[in-house]
Design a protein around this ligand. Structure first.
Ligand code: SAM
Length: 297
């Protein structure tokens, strides 16, 4: 299976400037691309708590990480109090959240994230919990579906696509990635944007909805002020303007309250070289915030 190329790796390292002995909480471990590099810089004493909703990500990453310095936990950063209880440790020098899905998740046809492969319409990052995209499409009401495709997918054909899905499910259940992709293709006008398949935006919207990605992010942002040790840094990589807007606003509020400062005044974006090497980095935006020294919880 293909690996995952960590996005904006140098910029994350430079902006977070990890040093020996610092402790890292990686809330979206994935294939540990960022964590491996950070751990190298926090050696010998710095520890990692690595969290992911996806049990496969944890299994694969375990083989890449020094076991004696690492604790891996399957969980959702949308439930931070539960994670904190499991870890028994409350604040960190370094916190990382690299949002969304990983390449290995997208590239595994059985997970149902991509219409490049025919597979079950699942899309759950944690395949042991919650509703699949197929189950969601079987029950959702048309106006709500159109709203999701419009807001999370930013697709201007949202109403037309929602109507087509509701019509189709009366004839047969929509249970595979290719059935959904072909249905959308057949019901949208030929696009002037040749780079994007007409189903791309709907797939993105469904993934965000199924995994409640925006509410998990909001939960994290609401607790960011209490996660960092004095001098600690949090880096958030987002891939959608709705996410970035939330991060920007929360960081701004924390700075205004006086205990934090921005490390990145503007969001850091990948350069052309990175985008051509790793097209999935295209929409990435990195923001980093630092808790001021001498500020206790
Ligand atoms: C973009 S990948 C991270 C890649 C990682 N930084 C690397 O370099 O390998 C995002 C990961 O976060 C996980 N994830 C997304 N939302 C999550 C959540 N709310 N709680 C825990 N893990 C989450 C996904 O399962 C996925 O493995």
């Amino acid at each position: 299976m293909a690996g995952h190329v960590p996005v904006l790796l140098e910029e994350v390292i430079q902006g977070m400037s990890p040093s020996p002995g610092e402790h890292l909480l990686d809330l979206t471990l994935g294939r540990a691309g960022h964590s491996v590099e950070i751990l190298r810089r926090t050696a010998p004493g710095g520890r990692l708590v690595g969290v992911d909703r996806d049990p496969v990500a944890l299994e694969e990453s375990a083989t890449r990480l020094p076991a004696e310095r690492v604790l891996l936990i399957q969980g959702d950063f949308g439930h931070l109090p539960r994670l904190r209880e499991q870890v028994g440790h409350d604040t960190w020098d370094l916190v990382l959240a690299d949002l969304g899905v990983s390449s290995p998740q997208i590239d595994d046809g059985e997970r149902g994230f991509s219409f490049r492969f025919d597979g079950p319409l699942d899309m759950r990052m944690d395949p042991t919990e919650g509703e699949t995209a197929a189950e969601y499409l079987a029950r959702i009401e048309e106006t709500e579906l159109a709203r999701i495709i419009h807001e999370y997918g930013e697709d201007r054909h949202s109403r037309r696509i929602a109507a087509a899905i509701i019509r189709e499910r009366k004839i047969q259940p929509i249970e595979t990635t290719l059935v959904l992709a072909r249905l959308i293709e057949a019901n949208t006008p030929k696009s002037s944007d040749h780079h994007l398949h007409p189903a791309t935006r709907t797939f993105q919207a469904l993934r965000i909805e199924i995994n409640r990605e925006l509410s998990a992010l909001q939960h994290l942002l609401d607790r960011t002020g209490s996660l960092l040790s004095p001098g600690g840094r949090i880096a958030i990589l987002s891939y959608h303007s709705l996410e970035d807007r939330k991060v920007k606003q929360s960081f701004k509020d924390l700075v205004r309250e006086g205990d934090h400062e921005l490390v990145t005044v503007k969001p850091v974006r990948p350069g052309e070289e990175e985008i051509s090497r790793n097209p999935r980095s295209r929409s990435a935006r990195l923001r980093i915030l630092r808790r001021k020294l001498g500020v206790e919880k």
